[in-house]
Structures are given as C-alpha cells and as structure tokens.
Design a protein around this ligand. Structure first.
Ligand code: XMP
Length: 509
C-alpha cells in the first residue's frame, strides 16, 4: 500500500494534513518526530514525507528536531510552516523572528514556476500563522514563493525537497488542495488507489491477527465512534469481544434501553450493561469545575471496566472509540490542551489492562462514518449525532443533581424532536440542550415563577475542530421554546446559543 508519512512536530493542524492526503486517495499516517528513525522511514517504503507545523522556534533549546538524514533518503519531503523552517535550518539556511511582521490569517501569495505550484495562479490567497520566517535559504535551494512580508514563503531544491511557510491543508489557502495534489501525484508519484474501505478491511485483518485468542473488552457508549469501534472489533474477533456499556445516569432520555436493545438484537454481540448511576452521581456531588467533572467520569469509567473485566477473567485489551479531535484537543503530543475528552486526557495512570486499543484514533468523524458504512452498520446508527463521553454532566452547568439531569433530559428530548419533525437533522451536525445554572423570574397563570434557563445549541461543522452555529428557522426555535416552557415546569426561560467555535467550543464545558 502506498503511504505518506506525516512527521508530527506538534502543530494543531497535523491530522488535518493526513486527512487532506487521504481525501486524495493516498493513505497517510502520522508519527511523532522522535518515534521513528531515518532508517525505519526508509524501510517502511513511504512515497513521501510531510513535516508538520509546530509552536516552537527552531532555535529554542526544546524545539523538536529530526535527523537530517531524513532529508537524504531520496524520498520527497514537503515541510509546512515550522516544518519548512526546520528543513531550511537542517540544510544550513537561516531563520529569523519576524517580530511585528509575523503573518496571521489570509495573506496574498505570489508563486514562481515550480512543480509544487503547477496549475496555481501567480497570485492567490494562502493561510499564514507564523512568527519566525526563513531569512536565507540553504545553498542549492531557490525561493519559489513570496508574500509582502515574507521573503521566502516557499522554497525548493529542485530535487524533491519542498517547503512552504503557509498552510496548504487549511481551506483558506485557496489552492492548497492543488498544491498537495501536485506533491502527492507529480512529485511523490502516488497512484491514488487507496479507499476508506481499505482502512476498514485492513483494520479488521490487523486486529484479527493481533488479538487472536485474546480476551478483549470494548467500552460501548452507543455513540457513533464506540459503535464503529465495537463492530469493527466484533468483525475481527467475534465472541472474544465483550462490550461493556456503562449507564452512568448521564445519558439522554431512554438512551440506555435503546443502546442495549440495538447491540444485543441487531449485532448479536456479547454486551453487559452496568447500571452505575448512583455511583457516578455520588462521585460528582458538589463538583462544578468542568475539567474535574471530566477527570472523575474518565476515572470512574475505567474503574467500572476493571471491575467488569475481573468478573469475566483475564482481559488483555480494552477497546475505546477515541477519534482524532478527542486526541488533539486533549493535548496529545506537543499540541496545547483545550479540554480533556474523557476517553483520552481523563485516563487514570494506573490501569488494569495490558493495553488500550483505539482503532479510530487517526480519523475524523466523517471518516469514522465512512468506515461504519463500509462495515455494514445501519444508516440511522452511523448518522447519529455525536454525544460526549461525559454525557449530560458537561451539559448541566455547575453542580449536577438527578433532578437537574431529568429536567435537561426532558428539554433536550423536546428540542431534538422538533429539529427532526422539521426535517432539519441533516442540516445541523449536532443539536442539544444545556441546562445553565442561571434561574430567572417569569410569570405563569398570574403567578411568579423562578425557573432554570435552558440554552439550545445547534452547530454546523464538518470536522468538529471548528463549527458555526446553525441558523435554525425561528419557527422551529419558537415551537421548541414554547413546548419546553409548557412541558418542563422547572424551566422558565429558553435561549439560543449563537457562538461559533472558536471562540467557544461545541459543548459548554
Ligand atoms: P468541543 O466541545 O470540544 O466538542 O468543541 C467537539 C466534539 O466533541 C464532542 N465531545 C466529546 N466527545 N468525549 C467524547 O467522546 C468527550 O469528553 C467530549 N467532549 C466533547 C462534542 O460533543 C463535539 O461533538
């Protein structure tokens, strides 16, 4: 199989690079810069290497550097942002701080004749985000693009080493896709015959060999990610897989029964449902800080699994449906922590399994759905909207109580129902209610009320790394608001969240 190596130097867009490569039907895998040697790269037979961006300056003592030999393997290299500066620095060029002339956002780019820019107009918009820049290109290189403040926005040695200061993987770089296409097909000579179905087939095959005769436990939440992970593993090892579904009492209305039914009946899997509501609510009592909630839930999850695992004898592996945005936002590698997704950053350090398996760790949500479809998972399950591992705990702002959870469950069910009734579930990627800890005064039947404020949230996104708030029609919001205040008596006010991500995140906590 033809593959591209994405050498990770800690940038926020690393997985996006891999995804952009996969979108062009070439398999890409990410490896941290310090976990693969030049020799291993040569032996693995990569068709090309991409150096990612990263937050450091090449001159920082702690900045990540790879062996210069990586550039001498005869495999084409594309350095992006920090990766471009590192390429220049390794080859003897000079890097400088741009000071106040650092470029951020959309910038006009002027390109010269170069294989990387074949089909790219002389002037176009690119996405920049850099403080340092390449002041002097190394011997044997020539500058192939510039911007107003960047004397070297791209360079090449004419023998297979390319570097760009901007980010071709970000859609704001108007011809970024074309540039990556040039790198993959004209420069690396890939044939582009890889498909997402190959990922599913290869993963089933790989786990069938790796886990033969082992006892494997899967953390199943009923959400898209863990469902796809479970079905994938079930296809690989059948009854050696046991799924544990922890009902932590933080699920949506009637969700627990639905999940149990689906996996027992539709998929004929070994599934154990653990009702642990009391345990979780006790642990969360009085806790208001979002990161603390996440850590507690993550830790309790693992403890419950450990206990279940012990009941079924020696368990070697634990499967989790972690996907890429969970990993990156939890601060994987050198990227900064945004919030600890419960299945990554919340993991306790002492754990009673040999190993954790995360088959979807490198994929984005839409890629996971494509794998799910390949595996024959029914459409309605594959297209369920995402639901966070810590469940409604991070949608009840402030202290969590059973009453508040029930209130939120009712309001959330009404809102979701109204979105579906209006046939809008396809135009919004996630839609749910949040119970704020604000109460407000109202009037009902001539009497004063003092109820909770519920916030409705609907977002449109393709990768959940950035999101826009969905412009739901007023009539739908009106119907939901009227039903919620009438049917859920503890709620006195309904508001609609019109914040995009960034600066907000999808969830409130
Ligand atoms: P945020 O709030 O980080 O959400 O913008 C992005 C997407 O991730 C979901 N999410 C989680 N999923 N465990 C998960 O499995 C978590 O801890 C978690 N936190 C957020 C969120 O619902 C949205 O789809």
């Amino acid at each position: 199989m033809e593959k591209i190596l994405v050498l990770d130097f800690g940038g926020q867009y690393n997985q996006l690079i891999a995804r952009r490569v996969r979108e062009q039907n070439v398999y890409a895998e990410i490896k941290p810069y310090n976990r693969i040697t030049a020799q291993q790269i040569a032996e693995a037979g990569y068709k090309g290497i991409i150096f990612t961006g990263g937050p450091n300056s090449v001159y920082d003592e702690k900045s990540p550097h790879c062996d210069k030999k990586v550039l001498e393997l005869g495999i084409p290299v594309l350095g992006i942002c920090y990766g471009a500066q590192l390429t220049a620095w390794l080859c003897g060029g000079e890097i400088c701080s741009a000071g106040s002339l650092g470029e951020y956002g959309k910038i006009e780019l002027e390109v010269k004749d170069d294989p990387l820019f074949e089909g790219v107009p002389e002037k176009s918009i690119c996405w920049m985000s850099h403080t340092d820049y390449i002041k002097r290109v190394p011997e044997g290189f020539r500058v192939t693009a510039t911007t107003e403040h960047c004397p070297c926005a791209a360079m090449s040695d004419g023998k297979g080493i390319y570097a760009v200061q901007f980010h071709p993987e970000v859609t704001h770089t108007v011809y970024g896709k074309r540039m990556l296409h040039n790198f993959l097909f004209a420069i690396c000579r890939c044939s582009g015959d890889w498909k997402m179905s190959d990922f599913a087939k290869e993963a089933v095959e790989k786990y069938r060999n790796q886990l033969k005769g082992k006892k494997v436990l899967c953390a199943l939440s009923g959400g898209v990610d863990s469902s796809v992970a479970a079905v994938l593993l079930h296809k690989a090892i059948g009854s050696d897989l046991t799924c544990v579904f922890v009902d932590h009492g933080l699920l949506r209305k009637d969700e627990g029964d639905m999940v149990e039914r689906t996996f027992k009946k539709r998929f004929d899997m070994n599934i154990i449902r653990v009702n642990a509501e009391d345990l979780f609510l006790e642990k969360l009592k009085g806790v208001t800080e979002p990161e603390k909630k996440r850590k507690i839930i993550g830790e309790e999850f693992i403890r419950v699994f450990e206990r279940e695992a012990k009941k079924i004898g020696k368990v070697n592996y634990l499967v989790q449906g972690t996907i890429y945005p969970d990993v990156i936002e939890s601060g994987a590698g050198d990227a900064s922590t945004i919030k600890s997704h419960h299945n990554v950053g919340g993991l306790p350090s002492v754990i009673d399994f040999d190993e954790i398996i995360e088959p979807l760790r490198e994929l984005f949500k839409d890629e996971v759905r494509a794998v799910g479809t390949e595996l024959g998972i029914p459409h309605d399950l594959v297209w369920r909207q995402p639901f966070p591992g810590p469940g409604l705990a991070i949608r009840v702002i402030g202290e969590i109580t059973k009453d508040k959870l029930d209130t939120l469950r009712d309001a959330d069910a009404i809102f979701r129902e109204e979105v579906v009734n209006a046939g809008l579930e396809k135009i919004t990627n996630q839609y749910f209610a949040v119970l704020t800890d604000t109460r407000s005064v109202g009037v009902m039947g001539d009497a004063r009320t003092y109820g909770y404020t519920v916030a409705l949230r609907a977002v449109t996104t393709d990768d959940f790394m950035t999101a826009d708030w969905t412009r739901l029609p007023y009539e739908v919001l009106e119907k939901a608001s009227s039903r919620i205040t009438n049917e859920v008596r503890t709620i006195g006010r309904v508001v609609y969240d019109i914040t995009s991500k960034p600066p907000a995140t999808v969830e409130w906590e």
